[in-house]
Design a protein around this ligand. Structure first.
Ligand code: HEC
Ligand code: HEC
Length: 482
């Protein structure tokens, strides 16, 4: 359903893109490709030509790869590209491929995917702090962009609709390269600690990396004892992406997003020239465009803090620590370096394997300088610990499974601009978001609700100092469009 709001959003987004842009189909009316090739691949029309080889051999500059990635992120995939799933597979309705569509129309259901045509449709709001909002590429989505995963069993007329499945609000992608670098380094640390446990049977090994504790691991009687690990899977791979903490890298998320939202099948997932979803198109999307997409997302500028010299903001930051918020929302984690190695194919437990391209994720001024100091450690002020926590029954999702109550700590950088809050956008204000914390966060939330009005206000003012990179993102994107 396309409501008035959604139309307005798309119009504003189109307005963001200058007329002079190369390869922006439909805007430059002198571009004949868009009109003559009615049944053509939208990716071709957009000028997406990048190959994995060009990236690996440095045949393209970082800037050119980012430009290609921006196009992949923004292109409206169509049936000629491989959009959609082909005929219904009645034996497995939840499988990627053969999913049901509304009235069998072959295009959309919105529930469990086939729910958009471009990444930008859902990741498009740079700031919701102003009216009208500021739109921008890589941002959050409003609640109309929520994804409904494996949904079913809802009677919307019942007093309390029991939606079985996941209902999730799109986060922004700013600073994702830094987050991935932290995750990679933490995974490498944990794998090393696992080897320590293996070498010392019976000895409890503390799984601590960058000051974050993931419990204790033992190796005993020829087997690992995982009963005391916490907030992480048994493979000890840190997975920062996805609100449940399911994806270790941008690439792994993107592969899932392409299939889930669009039925676009990456050849690196289904095999080259295999038409797994039986929609008549193979191959659909090659490793080159996916690598470019990953480079584009990994180099999006990070959020910023403003107003740090204000007394009330400083006081709010103190309350944030004193209430215990910072136990999970760790103000910053420190990287070992500032260069992120992108891998293909990825070996989750070994982030150093199969690196094909390195991107700088250091300070903004270094973003275009891949020769900058590789060894320099950086503080990443993400306000999170890249760990999963039990948030109590009220926030739990509805698969009737153990993981229902668990979420990775939301990164609070940029939080001033990203309402609505919590995984499904149920909290419309920061105050409501804090009051919804329970489970492991019960005590911190209680300290907030019991504090006086002034302290609460200062805490909220502090959160409102955490901004998305409004200026920088627009400048960054304009720069890529040239
Ligand atoms: C229908 C809306 C929608 C579309 C279209 C969409 N996304 Fe998302 N995106 C989401 C939602 C919802 C989440 C949160 C998912 C979760 O928590 O598991 C998300 C999360 C992400 C994340 C993880 C961010 C993080 O910090 O955890 C990445 C990366 C991402 N999307 C990339 C993409 C790319 C690339 C595309 C296009 C191929 C895309 N998305 C298309 C809704 C969308
Ligand atoms: C036990 C760990 C933990 C503690 C302690 C904690 N949080 Fe959170 N916080 C989380 C998790 C996990 C989420 C994500 C919940 C979800 O997605 O539904 C979250 C979400 C949030 C959000 C919403 C962010 C968004 O983008 O949706 C805000 C704001 C927030 N926390 C602020 C606070 C404040 C302020 C405190 C202290 C009073 C605090 N948190 C204490 C774990 C914690």
């Amino acid at each position: 359903m396309m409501g008035i709001k959604r139309c307005a959003l798309l119009l504003v987004m189109i307005g963001l893109i200058p007329l002079s842009v190369r390869a922006t189909p439909g805007r430059d009316r002198s571009d004949e490709r868009a009109v003559t090739d009615a049944s053509g691949r939208r990716m071709d029309e957009a000028g997406i030509t990048v190959t994995q080889r060009q990236i690996e051999t440095d045949a393209l500059s970082l800037h050119e790869i980012q430009q290609q990635g921006l196009l992949v992120f923004s292109v409206q995939f169509n049936a000629a590209d491989g959009y959609g799933d082909g005929p219904e597979d009645s034996s497995d309705l939840l499988k990627m491929g053969g999913r049901t569509t509304l009235q069998g129309n072959g295009t959309f259901l919105r529930v469990h995917g086939l729910d958009g045509q471009s990444c930008l449709e859902c990741h498009s709001i740079l700031s919701n702090a102003s009216t009208p909002p500021v739109f921008g590429i890589g941002g959050v989505g409003g609640s109309a962009s929520n994804a409904l995963v494996s949904g079913g069993g809802m009677d919307a007329t019942a007093p309390q609709a029991d939606f079985v499945g996941r209902f999730i609000n799109p986060p922004f992608l700013f600073g994702a390269g830094r987050v991935q670098l932290l995750g990679n380094e933490m995974t490498a640390d944990l794998q090393a600690l696992k080897r320590v446990a293996r070498a010392n049977p019976g000895r409890p090994v503390k799984l601590r990396t960058k000051g974050v504790d993931f419990g204790v691991l033992r190796f005993e009687n020829g087997a690992y004892d995982y009963s005391e690990i916490e907030g992480i899977d048994r493979d000890l791979v840190v997975r920062p992406f996805g609100r449940k903490g399911e994806f270790p890298t941008i690439r792994s998320f993107d592969l899932a997003a392409l299939q889930f939202h669009f039925g676009m099948q990456p050849s690196e997932v289904v095999g080259a020239n295999i038409d797994e979803d039986r929609d008549g198109v193979a191959p659909e999307i090659a490793p080159g465009p996916i690598s470019a997409l990953e480079v584009f997302i990994a180099t999006l500028p990070p959020p910023e803090q403003t107003g740090t010299d204000r007394e009330d903001v400083k006081d709010g930051r103190d309350h944030f620590a004193n209430f215990g918020c910072a136990d999970c929302h760790r103000p910053s984690l420190r990287t070992n370096g500032s260069i992120l190695g992108l891998r293909f194919p990825e070996v989750e437990q070994d982030p150093s394997k199969n690196v094909f391209y390195e991107v700088p994720v250091g300070d903004r001024r270094e973003d275009n300088d891949s020769d900058s100091d590789k060894a320099t450690a950086r503080n990443v002020p993400l306000f999170a610990d890249l760990k999963r926590h039990d948030m109590g029954p009220a926030l739990a999702e509805n698969f009737h499974a153990d993981f229902d109550r668990f979420f990775t700590t939301a990164r609070l950088w940029g939080v001033a601009d990203t309402a609505p809050y919590m995984h499904d956008g149920r909290a419309l204000t920061l105050d409501a978001a804090i009051r919804m914390h329970a489970g492991e966060a019960q005590e911190a939330s209680r300290r907030y609700t019991k504090a006086n009005r002034e302290k609460q206000t200062e805490l909220i003012l502090f959160l409102k100092s955490l901004r998305t990179p409004v200026q920088a993102v627009n400048a960054h994107t304009d720069n890529l469009l040239r």
